[in-house]
Design a protein around this ligand. Structure first.
Ligand code: SIN
Length: 488
């Protein structure tokens, strides 16, 4: 079934490279609904020529855009924010249709995306440099902030609006121009956002977007990696791809922001408020059906409260309503594609073969459609299992019992990843001991919902580097220039 929006022009179905256009060779990419795998729209399947044209446009537009006063850039971003908010329903429906998340979450993601645009509209006017006390007489010394130049943004499918917003808004606020390639599974929301950016007054050439299939993505990205005019890559996605980008970007020494995979621990200590811990786990684990990089991936519960916690959690997981985004009652939608479902199934089977026990779920839900997996609760998981070593990215809770604080902190840190961690406890000394000891970029203490535009989002270790959002987010798109005036 085709998708009807209140505003038809939010489905342009074309690239934007200074103007709306098709791929140079006319190829198209089909977009399907993960609930059914039925194709409902198409976009350009772009290649190297389109990628180069996008850089040409962004490079040409850069001198004028960086010269636009910050206040004016801020006003354009504010208008973009207002338009995103005004079109929340259409954008929410688009997200849900191409990505599969329930409509309430789709609408929520639009508000989340807009919050970054609004935040960076305000930050644009605060890109202050420094006046440095000169160590010698007759001099004035300054550290000025300037935009890095053309930014290539490569965005993921799990938050088709929010991840674009939190990369493009700071880039535009800083005075950079952008070339963007959204994920092949979810290109429509990004095109709609670019349409609204155009309407908000972002000048032609400043924000360019090309869509491409999985097969042609390397062609597009290679052009951007090789082109010395692209001065920065910002990427959210897997750690192997992030490492590849870092290696290839080294040839032209581009700056990088990499928001990569996670393997978040969620720890429930015996002094925790169990009701709050269950609620926090439900919120953070089942957001977007478990398809977020900050989702708890390993759940550790201290022996004394293990039984009580598992009992409460089983009831909650079993009660989750699974279904398509179009059903207002759905709480967990389909996974993004068949590969995602295969991975979850592999993790469940591996855990059961290793001695874990499924208390809830554990199977595909083929009666609902091709890409559904039942919310699943396993107990008896351990660190050798695939679900503990790899990011599952699905509605699987695998619980490991632990005895001591020292053991659980060591286990939590026993991973190359370091994006998010969560724990529930009430002893204030333990709270700060554990918060200090966890090797992650984000820590939730008695809180399962961490992300906010005002907070610095990003990882350590192999979860990447760079921070998105907060007062630090703009600096990722700016460089410092030291200016010294003498003979005064
Ligand atoms: C992500 O999964 O990449 C982002 C999640 C968030 O912003 O909370």
């Amino acid at each position: 079934m085709s998708l009807k929006l209140q505003r038809d022009d939010l489905l342009p179905g074309r690239n934007f490279i200074g103007a709306w256009c098709d791929a140079r060779d006319g190829r198209r990419l089909e977009v399907s609904d993960p609930a059914t795998d039925a194709v409902f729209s198409t976009v350009p399947d772009s290649g190297a020529e389109d990628a180069k044209a996008a850089v040409d446009a962004a490079h040409a537009a850069f001198p004028a855009w960086r010269a636009v006063p910050a206040k004016q850039r801020a006003q354009i971003l504010k208008r973009w924010n207002d338009l995103i908010v005004a079109n929340q329903e259409d954008l929410g429906r688009l997200i849900s249709r191409e990505q599969g998340k329930p409509l309430a979450e789709g609408r929520g993601e639009v508000a989340y995306a807009a919050s970054y645009v609004e935040w960076f509209a305000e930050e644009a006017t605060r890109a202050n440099g420094e006046v440095i006390p000169a160590p010698a007489a007759g001099r004035r010394m300054f550290a000025l902030k300037e935009p890095v130049g053309v930014v290539a943004a490569i965005t993921p499918w799990n938050f088709p609006a929010a991840m674009i917003a939190r990369k493009i808004a700071p880039a535009l606020a800083a005075g950079c121009t952008v070339v963007c390639k959204p994920a092949e599974d979810t290109p429509l929301t990004s095109l709609a956002l670019v349409r609204l950016a155009e309407e908000a007054g972002v000048p032609a050439g400043v924000l360019n977007i090309v869509t491409a299939s999985r097969a042609r993505t390397p062609e597009v990205v290679d052009v951007w990696l090789d082109d010395p005019r692209v001065r920065k890559i910002t990427f959210t996605g897997s750690t192997p791809v992030g490492k590849h980008l870092a290696r290839r970007a080294a040839d032209t020494l581009k700056r990088l922001s990499l928001e990569l995979g996670g393997n978040a621990p969620f720890i429930v200590f015996e002094d925790a408020d169990l009701d709050a811990a269950v609620e926090g786990l439900m919120v953070s684990k089942f957001r977007n059906g478990g398809q977020t990089c900050v989702c708890p991936n390993r759940v550790f519960v201290q022996s004394k409260v293990h039984q009580a916690f598992v009992e409460q959690l089983s009831a909650r997981v079993a009660a989750l309503k699974v279904g398509p985004a179009s059903d207002p009652a759905s709480q967990v939608g389909p996974m993004i594609n068949a590969r995602a479902v295969d991975k979850i199934e592999r993790h469940v089977m591996d855990a059961i073969a290793g001695g874990a026990q499924a208390l809830v779920g554990g199977t595909r839900l083929t009666s609902l459609g091709p890409n559904y997996f039942a919310p699943t609760l396993l107990v008896g998981a351990d660190s050798r299992m695939a679900c503990a070593r790899e990011e599952t990215f699905g509605p699987l809770v695998a619980i490991t019992r632990f005895e001591s604080e020292a053991d659980v902190v060591a286990a939590a840190n026993d991973t190359p990843f370091g994006l998010a961690a969560y724990f529930y406890a009430t002893d204030v000394r333990r709270i700060w001991r554990v918060a200090d000891a966890l090797q992650t970029g984000l820590v939730g203490i008695n809180e399962g919902a961490l992300a906010a535009e005002a907070a610095p989002f990003g990882g350590v270790k192999e979860s990447g580097y760079g921070r998105e959002g907060s007062v630090h987010g703009l600096d990722d798109y700016m460089q410092l220039k030291y200016v010294c005036q003498g003979q005064l």
